[in-house]
Design a protein around this ligand. Structure first.
Ligand code: IPM
Ligand code: MG
Length: 360
C-alpha cells in the first residue's frame, strides 16, 4: 500500500489533479497496486483556507508519505502578499522540509509534437536531455538574505549564492548516476569565469567525475549553455547545474519540446524518503476552470513517481506508452493543437489516456 499525498493547489491544479486521480486508479487496477491517496491544502488555496501557503499538517502528511504528487500553485490574487506568505513559498518549504536536493527535469521531444516547437524541426528532432538541478542550496537559500537599510537610509537587497562542497558532491553523484542509465554524458554548467562558488562547483564535480570513468564529463559556462540549448540541443544528455541556473535553463529546455504543458519533473531527497513529482508548468490562472488545460505533464509526473519514487518501472512505462498512443490517435489539447488533429479538453484527454491504459 503506497501512501500518496495529492496537492492540487491553484489555477488549473484541481482540473489536472482530477485527471491524475483517475490515471492512478487505472494503473492500480492494471498492475495490482494499492494507493492510499490523501488530498491536502497547498499554495493560494491553503492561504485562503488557513492563512498559510504550506500548513504544518500538509508538510507532516507529506513527510509521512511514500510520495507527493503536486499540481501547481500561485495566481494574481496572492501576488501582493508579503513574500513569506506567497504561494511560491509552499514549494520552497516542501523542498527544504522534505530535503529534496535533486530536481530531475527531462526534456524529450515526442515525434508527434515536433511541429509544435517554435524551433525548426531539424534543430529539435531527437532532443532527449535531462536537467539535474540542485534544489535546496545556492542563491535560493543562502544567507544572508533580505532587504537591509544602511545608516544613510539607503536600502540594499541581498541574496547569497553559496554551496557547501558536500552539497555539490551529492548532486554530482545524482547526475553521474542518471547519465549511467542514459548516454553517459554529463555537462556541468557554471559561471566559474566569474564566481568563486562556481570554481568550487567545478572542482568538486571534476573530482566526483573520477569515480565515474565510464561517464564523459564536460563543463560549460551558463551563458554559453543558454545559447547552445537553442543552437544545437542534441549535444546534451545530462545537464548538471546549480539551483538558479537550473531554474532558468530548465524552462528554456522545456520550450524546445513545443509545450511546457508536456513536461513532468521529480524532486528527490535521500533514498527511501518521499519524493515530490509535479509538472514543470505553473498554475495558468488565465485558463483555469475552462477544461482546456493540458493534463499530460501531470500524468507523466505520475510516471516519474512510479519510476523514481516507488520503483514500479512497468507501470511507469505503461503510462508513457498510453500518452504516446493517445497522441498517435491525433488527440490534442489547445496548446499542442496541429492541423488535422482532434481538439479535446482536459478531462477528455484524461479519459483517453485512462482508456489506453486499460487496453494495453
Ligand atoms: C520552478 C519555479 C519555482 C522555482 C518558483 C515558483 C519558486 O520557477 O519550480 O522552476 O524558482 O524553483
Ligand atoms: Mg522555474
Amino acid at each position: 500500500m503506497y501512501r500518496i499525498v495529492l496537492l492540487p493547489g491553484d489555477g488549473i491544479g484541481p482540473e489536472i489533479m482530477a485527471v491524475a486521480a483517475k490515471v492512478l486508479t487505472a494503473v492500480a487496477d492494471k498492475f495490482e497496486l494499492a494507493f492510499d491517496c490523501q488530498t491536502a491544502l497547498v499554495g493560494g488555496a491553503a492561504i485562503d483556507a488557513v492563512g498559510h501557503p504550506l500548513p504544518p499538517e500538509t508538510l507532516e502528511l507529506c513527510q509521512n508519505s511514500h510520495a507527493v504528487l503536486l499540481a501547481a500553485v500561485g495566481g494574481e490574487k496572492w501576488d501582493n502578499l508579503p513574500s513569506h506568505l506567497r504561494p511560491e513559498q509552499a514549494l520552497l518549504g516542501l523542498r527544504s522540509g522534505l530535503k529534496l536536493f535533486a530536481n530531475i527535469r527531462p526534456a524529450k521531444i515526442l515525434p508527434q509534437l515536433i511541429d509544435a516547437s517554435t524551433l525548426k524541426r531539424e534543430v529539435v528532432e531527437g532532443v532527449d536531455l535531462v536537467v539535474v538541478r540542485e534544489l535546496t542550496g545556492g542563491i535560493y537559500f543562502g544567507q544572508p538574505k533580505g532587504i537591509f537599510t544602511d545608516s544613510n537610509g539607503v536600502r540594499r537587497g541581498v541574496n547569497t549564492m553559496a554551496y557547501l562542497e558536500t552539497e555539490i558532491d551529492r548532486i554530482a553523484h545524482v547526475a553521474f548516476q542518471t547519465a549511467r542509465l542514459r548516454r553517459k554524458q554529463v555537462c556541468s554548467v557554471d559561471k566559474s569565469n566569474v564566481l568563486e562558488v562556481s570554481q568550487l562547483w567545478r572542482e568538486r564535480v571534476t573530482a566526483i567525475g573520477q569515480q565515474y570513468p565510464d561517464v564523459t564529463l564536460t563543463h560549460m559556462y551558463v551563458d554559453n549553455c543558454a545559447m547552445q540549448l537553442v543552437r544545437n540541443p542534441r549535444q546534451f544528455d545530462v545537464i548538471l547545474t546549480a539551483n538558479l541556473f537550473g531554474d532558468i535553463l530548465s524552462d528554456e529546455a522545456a520550450m524546445l519540446t513545443g509545450s511546457i504543458g508536456m513536461l513532468p519533473s521529480a524532486s528527490l531527497g535521500e533514498a527511501g524518503k518521499p519524493g515530490l513529482f509535479e509538472p514543470v508548468h505553473g498554475s495558468a490562472p488565465d485558463i483555469a476552470g475552462k477544461d482546456i488545460a493540458n493534463p499530460i505533464a501531470q500524468v507523466l509526473s505520475i510516471a516519474m513517481m512510479l519510476r523514481y519514487g516507488l520503483q514500479q518501472p512497468q507501470a511507469a512505462d505503461a503510462i508513457e506508452l498510453a500518452v504516446s498512443l493517445v497522441l498517435d490517435q491525433g488527440k490534442r489539447t489547445g496548446d499542442i493543437m496541429a492541423p488535422g488533429c482532434e481538439r479535446v479538453g482536459c478531462q477528455a484527454m484524461g479519459e483517453a489516456i485512462v482508456a489506453q491504459i486499460h487496453s494495453l
